[in-house]
Design a protein around this ligand. Structure first.
Ligand SMILES: Nc1nc2c(c(=O)[nH]1)N[C@H]1C(S)=C(S)[C@@H](COP(=O)(O)OP(=O)(O)OC[C@H]3O[C@@H](n4cnc5c(=O)[nH]c(N)nc54)[C@H](O)[C@@H]3O)O[C@H]1N2
Ligand SMILES: Nc1nc2c(c(=O)[nH]1)N[C@H]1C(S)=C(S)[C@@H](COP(=O)(O)OP(=O)(O)OC[C@H]3O[C@@H](n4cnc5c(=O)[nH]c(N)nc54)[C@H](O)[C@@H]3O)O[C@H]1N2
Ligand code: SF4
Ligand SMILES: [Mo]
Length: 644
């Protein structure tokens, strides 16, 4: 068959949404490279995806449907007909006896392909059923930006080239958005100055002129300190009140305390707050690239609102080279109305999902279907999530691997991987659209979520509504509006296309999609004092690492989880020593690594460890929602290290 290079798009939950060139030899993928013609990918992939084809052919991939009667028994292989007949019969019974609300459909971010949302439509038509509410990933920040600007959207990445100052605020691009790191490096080479604000020291530091390490969760106080300096020095934009509602209220908030008091709460120096204010007020335009991490806190939405306010009062919004870039509206070009069905009769909050499943009554949750998610490993309070699943009458998980969540299922349905996907993508970190096209046929009997839903729909009287090939559905999603703008499905399959509806400069003219046309400034803030807990002196920073995509790894992590702490915060445990990492919920074995660049109040652990490998940070993390948007306060978890 020889060697061929095929083009597709990475569908992972990652802001970069890369163009991929796959080398296929005799029907197998043997190498992956970044598409040099993709304006953001520019010829390279991150290490986790460059090696993903090893997982593609892994022994432990689920290749056929797996079924078991009870959770005590082993899975046995089943045919698709057997598995789908069983599922259709059971779901129909639950619906008849207890109504659609007795079934929960939970979908998360395993693939960002739009057709991964087909199960939403299926369950809306079949039920409607119970679904999730909120968003553990970006819920708090989205809610904050919608409150401030009317919408969460960003200028094109090209605008980085016009920024005199770039602020990476809680954003570790080196790990989680390497293509943006390359653009920041270029902006710096052209003369922009780069500030990194993160309680954790990480590799992105290499592109920063200045690093500020506030206490975890101290950013709200630091932003208000900087605002107080801006007002004191007269560095705000003289016309800011014309595009902001609440200007006087925000000034009153920021100046309600002395700068040094805010700085003490943030654990930063006055010099650091002044420098931040000066860069925003005097070295304009400034672009703030805001990460998602800092909003995963109890006061996460208020923190993002304070950062938005800094940009608004300094005029760093609605002009080239400025803005608070958090989210790019990845679906905005597509006709997603084809994926929408009737509203759910009930929703359960995602950050508290385990508890909410267990507490649901009238009717109780009898069955759960999981699409593109691993909630046992990835949601807070893993043990409770596992208990909630294990006590249901029927659980179905569609996944390519036997994850912690699949281990709580009665039926596991093998799905396609990113190299087999046939789908459409937009990016949440830039403005390009593209398609995924299978570079190899599915391994074993794997099916896409669309194909799975079609199998079920034909058994439950919904066949007509779900009929059509992947390309038919992709064409429907491209829709007439995008076609009228000159973008067709073949264009998207041939390479990335700029979203014709994405603004080059968002909120241009400082007009906002709010009722008044003006942005809104926060006028009140929660208490910013840190509450110490001497029994649990460390905050658990369970953050992204280079070789893992959430709970999906390309090189299997062996042994206990590795945690990183400042040597003086290691409770006497030597570098390389073994310890217990404990919260009030649970404890896990870890290996301790010393790093003297870290703060004394943090301990780092990789995000995405599995319960079955003994590496799951979320067993330690209490389920608590953020102040708005129902995000998860993952990083406000207090822990301690105990010598073993
Ligand atoms: N390699 C890899 N890449 C990934 C992922 C992965 O698992 N692995 N996950 C993907 C996903 S799901 C997402 S949502 C995206 C982006 O996900 P993000 O969560 O934005 O990822 P990071 O860029 O690592 O940024 C998180 C940073 O926020 C910092 N942070 C935490 N708390 C605070 C705080 O209180 N203040 C400040 N200033 N900073 C704080 C953390 O220390 C960390 O460095 O990345 C995606 N990319
Ligand atoms: N402690 C801690 N926990 C966190 C975070 C953190 O920073 N710290 N980050 C949070 C964030 S930002 C996020 S977004 C969530 C992510 O949480 P999840 O989205 O649940 O995490 P993933 O590991 O990406 O898992 C999804 C599963 O989807 C499967 N999958 C991939 N493609 C497909 C497909 O096409 N169809 C189907 N059916 N399945 C597919 C994968 O094999 C994988 O097992 O985790 C959150 N959890
Ligand atoms: S995970 Fe992100 S950086 Fe890596 S290849 Fe996919 S889109 Fe690109
Ligand atoms: Mo995420």
């Amino acid at each position: 068959m020889g060697i061929e290079v095929r083009r597709t798009t990475c569908n992972r939950d990652c802001p970069d949404t890369c163009g991929i060139l796959a080398t296929v030899q005799d029907g197998r993928v043997v190498a992956l490279a970044g598409d040099p013609d993709h304006p953001v990918t520019r010829g390279f992939l991150c290490p986790r995806t460059a090696r993903v084809f090893e997982r593609q052919y892994a022994e432990d991939r689920v290749r056929t449907p797996l079924v078991r009667e009870t959770l005590d028994s082993d899975f046995r292989r089943a045919t698709w007909d057997e598995a789908l007949d069983l599922i259709a019969r059971r779901l129909d019974t639950f619906r008849r006896e207890s109504g659609g609300a007795s079934i929960l459909h939970y979908r998360c971010g395993g693939s960002l392909g739009l057709l991964t949302e087909i199960p939403d439509l299926f369950f809306a038509r079949f039920g409607p059923v119970t679904t999730k509410r909120g968003d553990v990933c970006g819920g708090a920040g989205d809610a904050a930006q919608i409150a401030d600007f009317g919408v969460s959207d960003s200028s094109g990445l090209d605008e980085l080239g016009n920024a005199r100052t770039v602020i990476l605020w809680g954003k570790n691009c080196a790990t989680s958005s390497p293509h943006v790191l390359a653009l920041v490096r270029e902006a710096r080479a052209r003369g922009s100055s780069v500030v990194l604000i993160d309680p954790v020291m990480h590799r992105t530091e290499a592109v920063a002129d200045r690093v500020i390490q506030p206490r975890p969760g101290g950013d709200l106080a630091m932003a208000l300190a900087a605002a107080a300096v801006l007002f004191r020095e007269g560095w705000t934009d003289p016309d800011a009140a014309t595009w902001c509602d609440g200007f006087d209220g925000f000034r009153a908030l920021a100046t309600s305390r002395p700068v040094e008091d805010w700085c003490r709460d943030a654990d930063v120096t006055i010099d650091e707050a002044e420098e931040l204010a000066r860069r925003l007020g005097c070295e304009r335009p400034a672009t703030i690239l805001l990460g998602w991490g800092l909003a995963r806190r109890l006061n996460g939405a208020a923190t993002v609102r304070a950062i938005d306010a800094l940009a608004l009062v300094t005029g760093n919004i609605g002009v080239p080279g400025a803005g608070v870039s958090y989210y790019w509206r990845r679906r905005s070009a597509y006709d997603v109305s084809v994926l929408r069905g009737p509203r759910s009769p009930r929703t359960l909050g995602e950050p508290l999902l385990g508890r909410e499943i267990l507490a649901a009554c009238d009717p109780p949750i009898r069955a759960v279907w999981v699409t593109a998610g691993n909630p046992v490993a990835m949601l807070p309070d893993s043990d409770r999530v596992a208990e909630a699943l294990r006590t249901r009458e029927f659980v179905v998980v569609a996944d390519a691997f036997l994850t912690d969540t699949a281990r709580c299922a009665h039926v596991v349905l093998p799905t396609r991987t990113l190299l087999e996907a046939d789908d459409l993508l937009g990016a949440y970190g830039h403005s390009y659209l593209s398609a995924s096209v299978p570079v190899v046929p599915p391994e074993g009997e794997a099916r896409s979520d669309l194909e799975i839903m079609q199998g079920l729909a034909s058994r439950l009287g919904l066949a007509d509504e779900f009929a059509g090939s992947h390309r038919d559905w992709k064409r429907r999603l491209v829709g007439p509006r995008l076609e009228a703008a000159g973008v067709t499905l073949p264009d998207l399959e041939a390479g990335a296309v700029r979203n014709p509806f994405a603004p080059r400069v968002v909120f241009e003219g400082r007009r906002f999609p709010t009722p008044t046309g003006r942005a809104r400034l926060m006028t009140a803030a929660p208490d910013t004092t840190a509450i110490p807990d001497p029994d649990h002196p460390l905050l658990l920073m369970s953050v992204a690492t280079p070789l893992r995509q959430c709970s999906q790894w390309s090189v299997r992590p062996e042994g206990p989880a590795e945690v990183t702490v400042h040597p003086d915060a290691a409770a006497g445990i030597p570098d390389g020593g073994l310890a217990r990492l404990e919260s009030t919920l649970a404890s896990i074995d870890v290996r301790v690594r010393h790093d003297s660049r870290q703060r004394l109040d943090v301990v780092l652990i990789p995000k995405g460890g599995w319960v079955s490998d003994g590496q799951c940070a979320n067993r330690l993390v209490e389920a608590r929602a953020t102040d708005d948007g129902e995000g998860a306060a993952y990083y406000d978890q207090r822990v301690r290290l105990v010598r073993r």
